[in-house]
Design a binder for this molecule. Structure first.
Ligand code: DGL
Length: 278
């Protein structure tokens, strides 16, 4: 262990993703529970997870969790929808700290807010294939019809910064067309990158369709879990200014540029680690 926190309240939260997209989840945690410190890991060397097999995603997730445990994190958030869908249930029994994914909270809220029981899910191919969104939605709302659509091209378009580009709009229209034809009134943005396309999605879908960002609800669940376990940070033990730490497995500069564009403050330092050694 590099650090140990005597008072678990002041230990950080581990947040991980296949790359940079999970910063949308970290941002939500920073916004809703600002006293909490974050250790973020983005697996930029091995992204995308969305086209990889379940076994590979489980192996990668185990390595990342071993790394996060060296930082003595008090809880872990799997910010990546694909890892939440493919690895979380296998890994949960191996851990002695709370671990939360983004799929279940997102599915639950969609099941609750839909009025016509027609819910769309856009995500990576792997998340759609896992059917986890469908299963959890049906647990909460057995009447719901779920329409999944893999949207793999959104990931590189967002990473390119083409959030409002005509090319992205054309791609989005093609992806969303069958969902709109199905009459959905709720759409889950089931991939870390997709909340960054919110205004484009809104423009295409109109005001009637509710857009669900799983990160929002996941953070609410995280806050509740921390309180229930008596490990919520009250901010009283705060000592210095630089509180969040960012680690990646490759291309730290690209990560930093993206982080600076979406986080409310600059990321001074991103550290490169050899994730295969964990
Ligand atoms: N972070 C992934 C997710 O939320 C998207 C990128 C990838 O395919 O790894 O599903």
């Amino acid at each position: 262990m590099e650090h140990t926190y005597k008072d678990r309240k002041y230990a950080p939260i581990g947040v991980f993703d296949s790359g940079i997209g999970g910063l949308t989840v970290a941002r939500e945690i920073m916004r809703q529970i600002p006293h909490e410190d974050i250790i973020y890991f983005g697996d930029t060397a091995r992204v995308p997870y969305g086209s990889k097999s379940k076994d590979t995603i489980i192996r990668f997730s185990r390595q990342i969790i071993r790394f996060l445990k060296t930082k003595d994190v008090k809880a872990i958030v799997v910010a990546c929808n694909t890892a939440s869908a493919q690895a979380l249930e296998d890994i949960r029994p191996e851990l002695d700290i709370p671990i939360l994914g983004v799929v279940k909270p997102g599915a639950r809220v969609a099941a609750e807010v839909t009025k016509n029981d027609k819910i769309g899910v856009i995500a990576t191919s792997s998340t759609i294939e896992s059917q986890l969104y469908n299963r959890v939605i049906h647990m909460h709302n057995p009447k719901a019809q779920v329409f999944g659509k893999a949207c793999p091209l959104f990931v590189p378009l967002v990473e390119e910064g083409w959030l409002k580009d005509p090319v992205t709009k054309e791609v989005a229209c093609r992806y969303l067309e069958p969902l709109m034809a199905s009459g959905i009134d709720t759409l889950i943005m089931g991939c870390t990158h997709f909340p960054l396309l919110r205004s484009l999605l809104r423009e295409i879908l109109g005001e009637e369709v509710m857009l669900v960002n799983p990160a929002y609800e996941t953070t609410k669940d995280l806050e509740r879990v921390l309180k229930e376990n008596g490990i919520a940070n009250d901010g009283a033990g705060r000592t210095d200014g630089q509180r969040h730490e960012f680690y990646v497995s490759d291309a730290a500069n690209k990560f930093r540029a993206f982080a600076d564009s979406i986080l409310p403050y600059g990321v001074d330092r991103t550290q490169l680690i050899d994730i295969e050694s964990y």
